[in-house]
Design a protein around this ligand. Structure first.
Ligand code: NDP
Length: 281
């Protein structure tokens, strides 16, 4: 269904660098069309250094808001006038709202996306019932750690190549830090294992995670969604472990963003997953 825009159209978008690969415009505009809204969702690519100037230009509510992706999530929090607890905890924002009084509000919906992905694809995984292993200690791990602690994870085990970053995260959220070499010991008894590293992407070498040391009942999630079934998920699936993919998290973080922009939840009837899989080819 196509929607014709009027002078009252609600505008929102996504900003990142690079931005051309973003799946968010495809998803939000499909929801807009299905809901019959007078609205549009636009990608913004301000280059490496143009984020703050772009976002400051929207003060006063020229647009409703922006989703923020790499590498601007920390900068987004820094320029906001106020932030929700999730953004404060993650020290990063993936959502900015521009209010008519000129203020900018920062939120972080990545944690909701993560928990929603588990609820959808591994409903049997009770994250509050035992150790959860978080692989990585970058920006995405920070948001995940905050959400996992809020969800009642009793033993958060953070494994990272740079142990000092794992230690900092463990200190901030009440977890324990480990080196890559300790992964097998850390997987023992885990109820869930979540990969938030970018290892294996681009020029970065892959890590052979010793998943065989984990219980077969442990749910395995990979935040990476290109490819959808990563080597980690492939190994887990072949071992009969429940798997959760990064696309479910991407869709899960987009839902509350849509509602914040346009004032209604995404309409039922759009198969977001099929739509994005098609867009990914
Ligand atoms: P960061 O750059 O902040 O962190 C990268 C992490 O990966 C660090 O912990 C880094 O370790 C680790 N790492 C990188 N290369 C290697 C390697 N060769 N071996 C071991 N560890 C390595 O990135 P983000 O946290 O922002 O994002 C991480 C991933 O999560 C990305 O692929 C991103 O696309 C994905 N993501 C997916 C989302 C979704 O909705 N599905 C949402 C957010 C992120 P070190 O500290 O030692 O450098």
């Amino acid at each position: 269904m196509s929607v014709s825009l009027t002078g009252r159209a609600l505008v929102a978008g996504v900003v990142g660098h690079p931005i051309a690969h973003s799946l968010s415009p495809r998803l939000h505009n499909a929801w807009i069309a299905a809901a019959g809204l007078d609205a549009v969702y636009v990608p913004f690519g301000p280059g490496e250094t143009g984020f703050t100037r772009l976002a400051e230009g929207f003060r006063g509510g020229a647009i409703r808001g922006l989703n923020v992706t790499l590498p601007f999530k920390e900068e987004a929090l820094a320029l906001a006038d106020r932030a929700d607890a999730a953004a404060e905890a993650a020290q990063a924002a993936n959502l900015l709202l521009f209010h008519p009084d000129g203020s900018i509000e920062a939120r972080n919906t990545d944690g909701l996306g993560l928990l929603g992905a588990f609820a959808e694809q591994a409903p049997g995984a009770d994250l509050a019932s035992g150790p959860v292993v978080l692989l990585g200690a970058g920006g995405a791990a920070r948001g995940a750690a905050a959400a996992l602690k809020a969800a009642g994870v009793p033993d958060l085990r953070i494994v990272n190549r740079s142990v000092d970053r794992a230690l900092a995260l463990a200190e901030a959220f009440g977890g324990r830090a480990y080196s890559l070499g300790q992964a097998a010991q850390v997987f023992d008894g885990a109820v869930a294992i979540i990969n938030s590293t970018s290892a294996g992407l681009g020029d970065s070498p892959p890590v052979q995670w010793p998943l065989e040391a984990a219980p077969r009942t442990a749910a395995v999630m990979d935040m990476v969604y290109k490819p959808l079934i990563t080597p980690l998920l492939d190994f887990a699936r072949n071992r009969g472990m429940p798997v959760v993919d990064g696309l479910a998290m991407l869709i899960g973080q987009a839902r509350p963003s849509f509602e914040a922009f346009y004032g209604c939840p995404p309409p039922a009837g759009v198969d977001a997953r099929a739509l994005l899989l098609e867009a990914m080819g």
